[in-house]
Design a binder for this molecule. Sequence first.
Ligand code: KIV
Ligand code: ZN
Length: 529
Amino acid sequence: MTPPADPNRVIVFDTTLRDGEQSPGCSMHLGEKLEMARALADLGVDVIEAGFPIASPGDFEAVRAIAREVRGPVICGLARCNPADIDRAAEAIKEAERPRIHVFLATSAIHREFKLRMTPAEVVARAVEGVKRARGYVEDVEFSPEDAARTELDFLAEVVEKAVEAGATTLNIPDTVGYAVPSHYAAVIRHLKQHVRGIDRCVLSVHCHNDLGLAVANTLAALQEGARQVECTVNGIGERAGNTALEEVVMALRTRHDFYDLSTGVNTRLLHPVSRKLSHITGMAVQRNKAIVGQNAFAHEAGIHQDGMLKERSTYEIMRPEDVGIARTELVLGKHSGRHALKQRVADLGYHLTDDQLNRLFEEFKKLADKKKEVYDADIEALAENQLQAGAVATWALAGFTSTAGTGSQTSAAVALRHADGSVRRDAAVGNGPIDALFKAIDRVTGVGVKVVDYRVRSVTQDMDALGEAQVEIEHRGRRSRARAVSVDVVEASALAYLEVVNRVAGRQLRDRLKPTDDLLAVPAPSNA
Ligand code: KIV
Ligand code: ZN
């Protein structure tokens, strides 16, 4: 990527789908990654790091699908400095409109000695080979000396200089373990600017982790020294304490333009919708007091503050909620709203649904609007997420259920499931509470036994007749799978979410049918169909 003509334009490199996704609890399946990538493109990020293609076939497929379908931003694939990684990354991104390969190799003494067991000279040689091989595939190559913040400054300067000579076009300086503090990190960037020949031909990039809570501060300090690419993730998700939060760095630059005189291409009005989308997809809630996108970020509780706000907003508000996409009035639609209004609202909330999905969503919306007087953005988001989740061909669909619960009585549930072959199969079970009984009854019908490792319910909005969202995470043969569903009935939402993950396992088992395994989908004979 050629550096932007405007020297004050900061390139936003989003790594939500790579560094963010590799952190516990944030994994996404292909459809979810594509949806996030489209939302990031709409948001106006310059680069999307779509994944680490050699890491798994799923990662490879996701990077390839994003490269094929998402237009606008540069699409980047990560690779270690070895031929197999680089070849795989090149294959995954080859259909991108603007492809980039990002190669990395650790440079700190601690990593050289204990992880790589390589001498400094070997590290330099490997970095050069990696950059050259990547340049054989694409013109846009980023090089990262992993753990740069703990690397001896002179050695760091030597490695990056060789990487520039070998053809790197972006030089990224990662604080891999979140060890840096702002003035230290700024000094590293200054040193490189002063001592690396050819550095001005490259974009200097920063990548900070938040172990000391300083990722955004370090990033801003580096920008003051001339870095012009920031690597960040939505909601700051990422390894351990996370990465630099995209929304925080973007809004710091915008709000303090007077101080930094730097700008980005991000449409800040989409920050809140994108943040909500990510937490819907991953199930990872944003802390209430999180800057920019937390629920309390624009709430004024103290009487003195409220009084000041009523007199003049700027007394206590440095940013306007609408500038980050928080609607002042959220109430949108009711039962008389038409298809067109709904379609527009869904698009405004950042969803890309097909006509079929929109039609199904409209039906769900009408049912909901019949039950609830007021339908909020959060309800529409939940219904749209439901459509995205329900993309795969399902082996089993919920045809009906009953569950009983009460003090002193044993809890039981009965389900009727429709199989893809059209037959309806029924069974019942008792359990510790209605959800346990329901899941057991589903297991009895499907024959797919999974272990539930996480289960949560929450209300989508705050009213008594709110939609309930259930999230279920299961483990099966060492693989985890997560799904969520919404309904006005949380027990039904739970059954739907559980069925979604059971269907994924059933689908995998069907694909593996020819392999001699002991848990092939044993579709039980209809019990009392
Ligand atoms: O934190 C890190 O060092 C990384 C590199 C791969 C850039 O994520
Ligand atoms: Zn990282």
